[in-house]
Write a protein that binds this ligand. Structure first.
Ligand code: UGA
Length: 478
């Protein structure tokens, strides 16, 4: 069976699983001119998507879906579409089991369904985009082969095509990625997927008005490898980001003792190209649905092979401690939190998302409540989610930052939403009981906060002393 015609521009693609990865992938590929069918077994989700509702807070995604409406369909079945697809993208959930192992039942079910509709009369590529442990692609191939009822697998190929989408900027990451990774067993599959991503690889599309091409952006790298290596690349990328954050938080802890300013340390070390500026922001640490799950999976993979991963283990442990550090800072500043009112600025695990999975805010709130504090919170997007998902969490929800501050002894900036970077501090201070501000994201300017009478507590921000001729500010090269 021959591969795709290199001149082919438009592919028939089925995306199985319509979570934020599946839906973003489907919407972007449809926008780029491919004909997409999104398949999901959740009828409510599919009906909502047919009405143009994404069901998730992902900037630009709804607009992209409207632009690409003629190229994308949604269904709970999709048998015929699977039979006619050139490429099937598997993007179902891979949640964690309590011991950190990855739950692959959705992958297995999807592979079974897809396999039954691999007709054998055309070359089809099944690309696994879900994050799966090294070696899963081979299992998927076997499942597809069994379900298709064929002994060989000459008419289809399995590939690993991991995603590197950040919640909150998933559309941007899909259209302007740093790299596209394709793990295959045969060249024809790599050629098919490279042709599918050609518009992104060559940047031959007119950017949507709401997601312009970033200034200075060139072309993404294309990495092809074997399947297991591609699977490992995904885990290693997240593990490295986690390690970077863990490292800078460890240094921030030391800066708290020595009086050095970690934001200047991070800026200065990040100017070394070997280190880089990103993911060096100290604070209460990472949350979200990916880092916790993927690090647990990697540590589990390590223990399966009796291969210790002490660096990663340490980074995860540092992150667990950072959340408690916020509470310790409050205890210290307020001389105990029992009976105090604490206001949380933000609940989401990061800005531009309504996602509360593994959000530091939840741990901080639980800890404070268990210590006898009263907890209030304000988040511009995710308060209703929090009310619905955690009805037992005794948080009092405020309507805005002023009503949040009312009667508070301290505030904790948990999520660096844009609106929190220019807070009406004077008005907030006026309605507070005591004025302590723990900046869990090192997002505020200490002198600005202190000017309004607050005790400012960042993470490793030193004494806050300024000196003239600060080389970091005045002599930065691009
Ligand atoms: C992460 C990766 O960045 C994506 O590349 C990957 O595709 C995705 O996981 C996934 O596996 O699906 P995401 O979880 O959406 O994306 O969020 P990030 O932007 O990476 O942030 C994760 C957490 O790290 C947030 O809580 C953020 O506040 C925290 N963070 C980030 C820091 O504490 N310090 C930093 O310097 C940077």
């Amino acid at each position: 069976m021959t591969s795709v015609n290199p001149a082919q521009k438009s592919f028939r693609v089925c995306v199985v699983g319509s979570g934020y990865v599946g839906l973003t992938t489907g919407a972007c590929l449809a926008f780029l001119g491919h004909r997409i069918t999104c398949i999901d077994q959740n009828t409510c989700k599919i009906e909502a998507m047919k009405r143009g509702e994404t069901g998730i807070f992902e900037p630009g995604l709804d607009k992209l879906l409207r632009l690409a409406a003629g190229n994308i369909a949604f269904t709970t079945s999709g048998e015929t579409d699977l039979e006619q697809a050139d490429v099937v993208i598997l993007a179902v959930g891979t949640p964690s089991l309590p011991d950190g192992r990855v739950e692959l039942s959705q992958v297995r079910e999807a592979a079974d369904k897809i396999g039954k509709h691999l007709t054998g009369d055309r070359y089809q590529v099944v690309a696994v985009k879900s994050t799966v442990p090294a070696g899963t692609g081979i299992i998927v191939k076997d499942l597809l082969r069994k379900a298709s009822g064929r002994k060989g697998s000459t008419s289809f190929a399995v590939a690993s095509n991991p995603e590197f989408l950040r919640e909150g900027s998933a559309v941007q990451d899909m259209l302007y990625p740093d790299r596209i990774v394709i793990g295959v067993e045969e060249r024809a599959a790599a050629e098919t997927l490279a042709a599918l991503y050609r518009p992104v690889l060559d940047q031959e599309f007119v950017p949507p008005p709401f997601c312009p091409r970033p200034g200075g952006y060139g072309f993404p790298a294309l990495i092809t490898s074997d399947i297991t290596t591609a699977e490992m690349i995904k885990y290693a990328a997240n593990a490295f980001l986690v390690t970077k954050i863990g490292f800078i938080n460890e240094i921030a802890g030391l800066c708290d003792h020595t009086g050095a300013d970690v934001t200047a340390v991070a800026r200065a070390i990040g100017l070394d190209h070997r280190i880089g500026q990103h993911f060096l922001r100290a604070g209460i640490g990472w949350g979200g649905s990916c880092f916790g799950k993927d690090t647990a999976a990697l540590l589990n993979m390590g223990s399966e092979f009796a291969c210790d991963l002490p660096v990663l283990r340490g980074a995860v442990e540092v992150n667990r401690r950072q959340r408690l550090r916020a509470v310790e800072k409050l205890q210290h500043a307020l001389k105990g939190v029992r009976g105090c009112t604490i206001g949380l600025l933000g609940l989401a695990f990061k800005p531009n998302t309504d996602d509360l999975r593994d959000a530091p805010a939840l741990d901080i709130a639980r800890r404070l409540l268990s210590m006898g504090a009263r907890v209030k919170a304000y988040d511009p997007v995710t308060m209703n989610n929090c009310r619905t998902l955690y009805p037992d969490l005794e948080i009092e929800y405020a309507e805005d930052v002023i009503s949040l501050a009312e009667g508070c002894d301290a505030l904790v900036l948990v999520t660096e939403w844009e609106e929190f970077t220019h807070l009406p501090l004077a008005s907030m201070a006026a309605v507070m009981n005591r004025r302590v501000l723990v900046d869990g994201r090192n997002a505020l300017d200490p002198p600005e906060v202190q000017k309004e009478g607050f005790v400012y507590l960042g993470f490793g921000r030193g004494t806050g002393e300024k000196f003239e001729g600060d080389i970091l500010v005045q002599r930065e090269h691009k």
